[in-house]
Write a protein that binds this ligand. Structure first.
Ligand SMILES: *Cc1c(COP(=O)(O)O)cnc(C)c1O
Length: 385
């Protein structure tokens, strides 16, 4: 009944965890959920106010433009200029997205013919792999190993595969590993993309969630990155707006135009009131970002101390709101997740859910209050792992 691309999707491992979580909850266990990467903090009030006002204006009730309001795209360009010192042409180097996930998934349809190869990091956000499969193309796994800083070892990608590959997905600061990349790495990526004529799709939703003075470089900070790729951005994590569905893609205008062609025929743009709220987010006071970062930093430090004192090995992340923690010996990522859930009510995501190379790790997200983090750490400590 289903199309080949849909029938070939891998089983959704997280559904199994979800089912177990609900079962455990039904038994009356108090669940502490480190599983989801979805801010528990509310959207800042000035942004909420902007959407309320815009929603009352009838001129926002009609179809928006496909490429997004020019005023929103200009706000993105200004934000890039101010925060990243990168100049963008709002007319053809910026496109509004209905959340960056939408644009990432549709990219597969813009650039892949059946049988084409996409280079997909492993572990990774599952959309890269699954959108490739839905486009009847072939994901080629590029392992992110601890020895290599959870960055792809470009030298080790088979040359024949590289020559055939059409696109490559990347994501730094990284979900799920919390690894970061420096400009020098992006430079290597740009050279690789030039050599093998590969389109680079850099997914950057955690660009602003950085700690201890660290600043995450934009992929476009590298000269000539704009010849080979684009960068996806999102308001979801930066401004606690996951439910609003608003994001953008910036960079190479020809790549952006390909994505626009798909979108013109699939969706009809993002609700203007939401884009206007997006403008309020991008051009309004930015201290809400620092406040968020401070909150996640406190949570990060509490969780790191708590887990380390229970003998769980992890590195304190410089960015993102995730911990990529080593599974204690004797466990797989699934068995450890199930063990934690059954014995403590603590939910984490098994690394294998992000790809085979994610085995041996679990992901904790920091979308949990300090009080609950302390409670979770106490329960884990009592396990005497
Ligand atoms: C959260 C997340 C996204 C999705 O962001 P939206 O703009 O809400 O669609 C994309 N990529 C990664 C790696 C994420 O973690």
């Amino acid at each position: 009944m289903y199309a080949k691309g849909i029938s070939s999707l891998p089983p959704y491992l997280f559904a199994e965890i979800d089912a177990r979580k609900r079962e455990t909850e039904k038994k009356g266990v108090d669940i502490i959920d480190f599983g989801i990467g979805d801010p528990d903090l509310p959207t800042p009030p000035h942004i909420v106010e902007a959407v309320c006002n815009a929603a009352k204006d009838p001129s926002n009730h009609r179809y928006p433009s496909y490429e997004g309001m020019l005023s929103f795209r200009e706000a993105v360009a200004t934000w890039y200029k101010q925060r990243k010192h990168i100049k963008l042409d709002a007319e053809d180097e910026v496109l509004t997205l209905i959340g960056s996930k939408e644009g990432i998934a549709h990219s597969a349809f813009a650039f892949l013919n059946p049988g084409d190869i996409a280079l997909v990091p492993d572990p990774a956000y599952p959309v890269y792999n699954n959108a490739t499969i839905m486009a009847n193309s072939t994901p080629y796994s590029v392992p992110l190993t601890e020895e290599h800083g959870f960055k792809p070892d470009l030298e080790r990608i088979d040359k024949g595969i590289a020559r055939k590959a059409k696109i490559m997905f990347l994501n730094y600061p990284n979900n799920p590993t919390a690894a970061t990349a420096e400009k020098s790495f992006f430079k290597e990526v740009v050279d690789f993309a030039h050599d093998y004529e590969i389109i680079i799709l850099h997914d950057n939703p955690y660009s602003e969630l950085t700690f201890d003075g660290y600043k995450a470089p934009s992929f476009l900070a590298v000269d000539s990155a704009r010849d080979v790729g684009v960068e996806f951005g999102s308001l979801s994590k930066t401004y606690n707006m996951t439910g609003w569905r608003i994001g953008f893609v910036v960079g190479n205008s020809e790549i952006i135009n390909g994505l626009k062609l798909v979108k013109t025929n699939v969706d009809s743009g993002a609700f203007q009131a939401v884009q206007i709220a997006g403008i309020a987010a991008l051009t309004g006071p930015q201290d809400c970002i620092n406040q968020n970062v401070e909150i996640y930093k406190r949570r990060r430090d509490l969780l790191a101390d708590g887990l380390r004192s229970s003998g769980i090995e992890l590195e304190k992340p410089k960015a993102t709101f995730y911990f990529w923690a080593k599974v204690p010996s004797g466990f797989s990522s699934i068995s450890f997740s199930m063990f934690l859930l059954e014995r403590t009510g603590v939910v984490v995501t098994p690394g294998i859910g992000f790809g085979e190379a994610g085995e041996g790790f679990v992901r904790f997200s920091l979308c949990v209050s300090e009080e609950r983090i302390l409670e979770a750490c106490e329960r884990i400590k009592e396990l005497n792992i």
